[in-house]
Ligand binder design. Structure first.
Ligand code: FAD
Length: 393
């Protein structure tokens, strides 16, 4: 019988690894992908959708290409993993056996991370931080906000998916409001001392959206926040603020199934070996993407895709005897600040002794020429088209 690989989660990491193992092994490996949704909406470029630069439909991708590569795509939830018997239990009751398991469920939110908020309040105060319709709801709320109203973002503590994501979102909301509701205000409540691409975003906000964005960092109570979704109130260090739209991005942890499978540590993430993303808890299990605790790589779609290619190479090698290459990883995160004003940060990585380490990095500079910024934005569109083709075929 063919060796069996089961992949849990058909997002940036899981979709890539499933397709690559099936395609590169020419059918020698039996690959099953478990993913509940029939269409994956990328979080990347969802901020551009908020800003009015990208359509919602353009974020959506189906699984036909992955199936065409020979992957058995099962639309269901994995609800348990028996690592001794090497089986995955699905919500339907089915049990799927594996020789190697890849776990790539992305993130879940830490319970009670923002007092007053839990997922039952996500219609009143959307997170819009996972694939799916939340971002449509958030856009709708912002579009319908009263003139001169306040959009509040409760930003997450580290580590969380897409370090520049909240800053880009603030930029895109500001862009949209500066056109449709120019007296509106943006209030960012942030528990972090510093944030990704801070100098670039702050320069951009001052230039394109003067006076619109106020950020409350930890020195002013940004780490001491509670929300009251029914009253649309945000309590910052005891001070009550009435807001009109509130985007709560809570603290994060590995997707629940990683915890149910016994793959997570006290921090809530799944530790892995830096050379191959193998779980430190089980040699037959790999964890990749946002759920993994691997070291220096940011939690991004680019990272997940890059890690997935390393895992595909290792899993195929172990199951079929094909050659295994030393791991090399890379990442770039682009962000759009305003029309044609794109910036980026990135690095390449190698396996250190205990964790993945950055070997070289780059970041856009403040004060760059408009031409360079436009080129950077255009580069990001090329990246988007390339990565979704690489994941979904
Ligand atoms: P995901 O892509 O989230 O995929 C996980 C999949 O697992 C989901 O499809 C889910 O349905 C499935 N799943 C979960 N639990 C189960 C289960 N029990 N059984 C079966 N399936 C399950 N990254 C970039 O590289 N560039 C960007 O510009 C960028 N911008 C972003 C902007 C925003 C606003 C946000 C929120 C994120 C952004 N990211 C960006 C980050 C990127 O979306 C994530 O890092 C990436 O999707 C992680 O991939 P993943 O495979 O780990 O998880």
């Amino acid at each position: 019988a063919r060796p069996r690989v089961v992949v849990i989660g058909g997002g940036s990491g899981g979709g890539t690894v499933a397709r690559y193992i099936a395609k590169d092994s020419d059918g020698a490996v039996d690959v099953t992908l478990i993913e509940p949704t029939k269409r994956y909406y990328t979080c990347y470029f969802s901020n551009l959708y908020l800003g009015g630069f990208w359509g919602y439909d353009a974020l959506g991708h189906g699984y036909e290409g992955i199936a065409a590569a020979g992957v058995n795509v099962v639309h269901d939830w994995a609800i348990g993993v028996d690592r001794d018997a090497r089986t995955v239990t699905l919500a339907s009751g089915a049990s799927v056996p594996y020789d190697k398991l890849v776990v790539a469920p992305g993130i879940d939110f830490v319970d009670n991370a923002v007092p007053g908020w839990d997922v039952t309040k996500q219609s009143l105060m959307p997170h819009a931080y996972k694939s799916g319709t939340q971002v449509q709801l958030l856009k709708n709320q912002i579009e319908n906000m009263r003139d001169g109203g306040t959009f509040c973002m409760v930003a997450p503590p580290n580590p969380y998916r897409c370090p520049p994501g909240p800053g880009e979102r603030v930029s895109m909301v500001a862009h949209m409001l500066s056109e449709s509701n120019p007296t509106a205000k943006i209030l960012v409540v942030d528990p972090k001392e510093n944030f990704s691409k801070q100098a670039l975003f702050e320069e951009g906000w001052a230039k394109h959206y003067p006076g619109m964005v106020t950020r409350i960092g930890p020195d002013f109570g940004g780490a001491n926040v509670e929300v009251r979704p029914d009253a649309m109130e945000v309590v910052i260090d005891g001070q009550v603020e009435k807001v009109d739209v509130c985007n709560v991005i809570p603290a994060q942890k590995a997707g629940k199934i990683a915890e149910l499978a016994g793959l997570t540590n006290d921090a809530g993430w799944a530790p892995v070996t830096p050379s191959d993303m193998r779980s430190t808890m089980d040699e037959n299990v790999f964890v990749l993407g946002d759920a993994a605790q691997q070291g220096a790589m940011p939690k991004s779609g680019f990272s997940a895709n890059s890690q997935a290619k390393v895992v595909a190479n290792v899993v195929r090698g172990e199951l079929t005897g094909s050659r295994i290459f030393p791991a090399r990883y890379s990442n770039t995160c682009w962000s759009l600040i305003a029309t044609d004003d794109g910036v980026k940060v990135g690095a390449s990585y190698e396996a250190g002794e205990n964790q993945i380490e950055s070997v070289s990095s780059f970041i856009s500079q403040t004060g760059e020429e408009a031409d360079l910024r436009r080129q950077t934005y255009e580069e990001s569109i090329g990246w988007y088209n390339g990565i979704v083709a690489d994941i979904f075929g």
